[in-house]
Design a protein around this ligand. Structure first.
Ligand code: 26W
Length: 823
């Protein structure tokens, strides 16, 4: 057995003890939530030994550490995943069974740690899993939001947000580390002191407000290797708590202000995905966790190293998008003001320590802070950015004499704004995109000037996902089958072994088994949908799934317009052959994103009409799964037949849901966008359903003022009809205004936005044709099984283990560590 602590007898005793000491109850008396807590504390007990062993090994080996700086970590649930990675899931399940406790039910008691919005946050979580599983020293650095991603309810078809109070019952896996608290300062003014004896200038921040940042550590368990890394998320506390004696008790006002600042900073995750709103509180959050994390990293380094000039040999700060980019200036501040370095030496260190990942080319996502806000909140950091900018502009002029256009395009400070992406590129040694196509677009379009000036910084790291959560935990039936067929479980840490399944595409029995597992997973999802949404769906129908954040560029609208079109077809030609289909949606819309919310309402309205029309014999069902999140995603991917990845080409940087579907044997119905391109390359175009404009074509149209959707509307009667149904009351009980904005968005240019910005009508026919091909292919049972199985067999490239190894080889240069367990 892997860990003696999972000796069944000992484990059972520990659970019993925990229930007793935590709740003064017996196992029989305890509530499911109490059992979850008791079991989790018993698991944590076992993790702690490896956690200590790992940290001791790190002290001994002194490996290089990557600090993955991210505003978001979309972790999902920890219990099941920790058990999987400790290779103790089955033992614990048996032990609990013997006590009359159902592990699955206990797992369902755990709230998701939803400290993220979507792709970027979930990628960070997969990366931590891979870093630990590969044996690399890493910290995730983020914020311990009191409220994570909101919970979504659907009421009368509308999205209603409620707060996600994920900490209300306590988080059994976290450790509060008060002794590592750091002070973070905001506002005030900078006094310049000149020291006559040393000839040095000092910058002193005065009249500032400050908060204490308190770290909470969560264990990140590597798979079967005893490595336990740390996700360090910061909580905020008022300084008064810390300096009771010295604090001026008379200044009641200031005390309350500090309390408020601390409370508001970590209160809630901004639910915007791909949309910059320019809120002051968000900048506070960014500086808060970045400053605390960098202070902690520098302090840790200095404990065992005397020369800060060698920091880049031991530390990389990887900036997850521009959100933590203030790190560049904060590290400079620490080196200049606290370590008394000269500019050039501090700059040399900083630019060898920071690296930046870009996750989007959507222009509305670009972070550009107004200078007055920025300089008021972070006066010293702003001075430093001014100096970085001044020196960079000199460089531009040296390289492109007389070309002021270049300065306008590339400067960090421009138009009264701080352009965070520019700061990240100038202040770091690496700039990477997240899929091949995305990186090419960065180099050739969005960041072309920077690429021309510093080509060697640019590189691609195609995203990946962890098979441990999204196959081994989420789809145990398929996981066991894969293990049996490959004759080894090594795919759990070496996903390229999946290609060993390829020959089974010619094995009728194996194909039948594969589809039987898919069917069982569809039954499991159908049960979930019935329990949570009250809709009954037929697992024999095609499960066609689009789950992801709601955004116009992801084109859920194209999907639902096509459903409306199919419904028209079925009604008009009842005799037409039609393979039953269940269209499954799951999506959260940012609370302030009105049009996204209209699309959610439309999907639910179409569901209402279609699901209640007896005349179509249940051929068509539409389901909107409430509160799409990591935990139900695991069930959804396992049950999908078709993976909808239909973004407007060039807009989806990579996508990672696409990879999770592929892993679970669902062919992609998609555009040549993001990582879809590479998925098709791996699985073969004959095992995917590709349609629509290419990225080049989209960009071409965009550079020439768009296209004319009205022409398509006028010439294609099916499209005409569907678009008109948005305003003829079909899906709104006769209300002609409910979806007028959607109608207008497709046909009319308005307020600077082109008509049909996302080429929905342009791609509609191609999409409908591709859907027709899906139907034909599905009717050929064995042919479909082949495609599905080959998707699983060809997914090896898309493990985050591969992605992380590439980051290590090309950017981080980390040392592998081997941890000997303490028995
Ligand atoms: C400032 C507001 C804001 C918030 C979040 C701007 C941008 C973001 C993220 C960068 C958006 C995001 O999650 N991007 C997604 O990143 C994934 C991981 O690389 C990619 O797979 C997705 O294609 C990309 O949309």
């Amino acid at each position: 057995m892997y860990n003696p602590r999972f000796d069944k007898k000992t484990f059972k005793k520990e659970v019993k003890n925990n229930v007793k000491s935590l709740y003064r109850k017996t196992v029989e008396e305890a509530t499911p939530q109490q059992l979850f807590q008791a079991v989790s504390f018993a698991v944590k007990e076992a993790i702690i030994d490896d956690w200590i062993a790992t940290q001791n090994q790190y002290k001994k080996d002194d490996p290089k550490i990557v600090y993955y700086m991210s505003m978001e970590f979309l972790m999902g649930r920890a219990l099941g995943n920790n058990l999987i990675n400790m290779t103790a899931y089955k033992e614990v399940q048996e032990a609990l069974d013997e006590m009359g406790i159902d592990l699955n039910a206990i797992e369902d008691e755990e709230p998701d740690a939803a400290l993220g919005n979507g792709g970027l946050g979930r990628l960070a979580a997969c990366f931590l899993d891979s870093l630990a599983s590969l044996g690399y020293a890493a910290y995730g650095c983020g914020i311990r939001y009191k409220y994570g991603m909101f919970k979504q309810k659907i009421e009368d078809g509308y999205q209603v947000e409620t707060p996600d109070n994920w900490l209300k019952d306590g988080n059994p896996f976290e450790l509060r580390r008060e002794e590592y608290a750091k002070e973070v300062r905001f506002g005030g003014n900078i006094r310049v002191e000149y020291d006559v004896t040393t000839g040095k200038t000092h910058f002193v921040q005065e009249n500032y407000e400050s908060v204490m940042a308190i770290p909470y550590d969560m264990p990140i368990v590597g798979y079967g290797n005893h490595v336990v890394n740390t996700l360090r998320i910061w909580d905020a506390k008022a300084i008064v708590d810390f300096q009771l004696e010295s604090f001026d008790r008379g200044d009641y006002h200031k005390a309350v202000e500090q309390e408020n600042l601390a409370k508001t900073i970590v209160e809630v995750l901004y639910p915007n995905d791909n949309h910059y709103a320019g809120k002051e509180l968000r900048l506070k959050q960014q500086y808060f966790f970045v400053s605390a994390s960098i202070q902690a990293a520098v302090a840790k380094y200095k404990k065992t190293h005397s020369d800060l000039h060698k920091l880049p040999e031991k530390v990389t700060f990887q900036m997850n998008d521009t959100h933590p980019t203030v790190a560049v200036a904060e590290l400079m501040r620490i080196l200049l003001d606290e370590e008394n370095m000269e500019w050039d030496e501090a700059w040399e260190i900083t630019t060898k320590t920071c690296a930046y990942t870009n996750h989007t080319i959507m222009s509305e996502a670009l972070e550009k802070w107004p200078i007055d806000l920025f300089s008021r909140l972070l006066p010293r950091v702003y001075q430093i950015i001014q100096e970085i900018d001044r020196r960079f502009v000199i460089k531009i002029r040296e390289m492109y004499p007389g070309n002021e256009e270049k300065v306008r395009k590339m400067a960090i400070l421009y138009n009264n704004q701080v352009r965070m992406a520019h700061l990240a590129i100038v202040g770091g040694f690496s700039v990477n995109g997240v899929a091949r196509l995305h990186t090419e677009i960065l180099k050739q379009q969005e960041l072309r000037d920077f690429y021309e000036m510093m080509p060697s910084k640019f590189n691609n790291k195609t995203n990946g996902i962890t098979q441990r959560r999204f196959l081994k935990h989420g789809n145990p039936l398929l996981a066991d089958w894969v293990t049996e067929k490959l004759g080894t479980e090594d795919w759990v840490t070496n996903l390229s072994l999946m290609e060993g399944l390829k020959p089974l595409a010619e094995d009728t029995k194996a194909l039948a088994e594969f589809m039987d597992i898919k069917y069982k997973n569809k039954e499991r999802l159908a049960k979930y949908i019935l329990e949570h949404n009250g809709v009954s769906v037929d697992p024999r129908s095609i499960f066609d799934v689009q789950v992801k954040r709601l955004h116009e560029y992801k084109r859920q609208l194209l999907n639902i317009l096509h459903v409306m079109y199919l419904y028209n077809q079925i009604k008009e030609h009842p005799e037409m052959s039609f393979y039953p289909r269940t269209f499954i949606f799951g999506a959260k819309a940012s609370a302030g994103y009105i049009r996204a919310k209209e699309i959610i309402k439309l999907i639910n309205s179409v569901a209402d009409v279609v699901n209640n029309d007896r005349s179509i014999n249940g051929k068509l069902k539409v389901v909107f799964i409430e509160d799409y999140r990591v935990s139900n995603a695991e069930i959804i991917f396992a049950a999908a037949d078709v993976s909808e990845q239909i973004s407007t080409a060039s807009k989806e940087a990579s996508g990672t849901g696409n990879m999770k579907f592929m892993l679970n044997g669902a062919p992609t119905l998609g555009t040549m966008d993001g990582a879809n391109v590479e998925i098709v390359e791996e699985v073969g175009i004959e095992n995917a359903f590709i349609f629509g404009l290419s990225s080049d074509e989209v960009i071409n149209y965009e550079n020439n003022g768009g296209y004319n959707p009205v022409e398509i509307y006028n010439n294609d009667p099916d499209i005409h009809r569907v678009v008109d149904q948005l305003i003829d009351g079909t899906y709104s009980n006769g209300d002609t205004e409910m979806y007028r904005d959607l109608y207008n968005s497709l046909l009319k240019a308005q307020g600077g936005a082109r008509a049909d910005m996302y080429f929905i009508l342009k791609d509609f026919r191609a999409y409908a044709d591709a859907q027709k091909r899906v139907e034909e292919a599905y009717k050929d049972t064995e042919g479909w099984a082949k495609k599905a199985l080959l998707n699983t067999a060809c997914c090896g490239k898309f493990t985050s283990d591969r992605t992380i190894q590439e980051y290590v080889d090309d950017i981080w240069h980390l040392d592998k560590v081997k941890v000997e367990p303490i028995i």
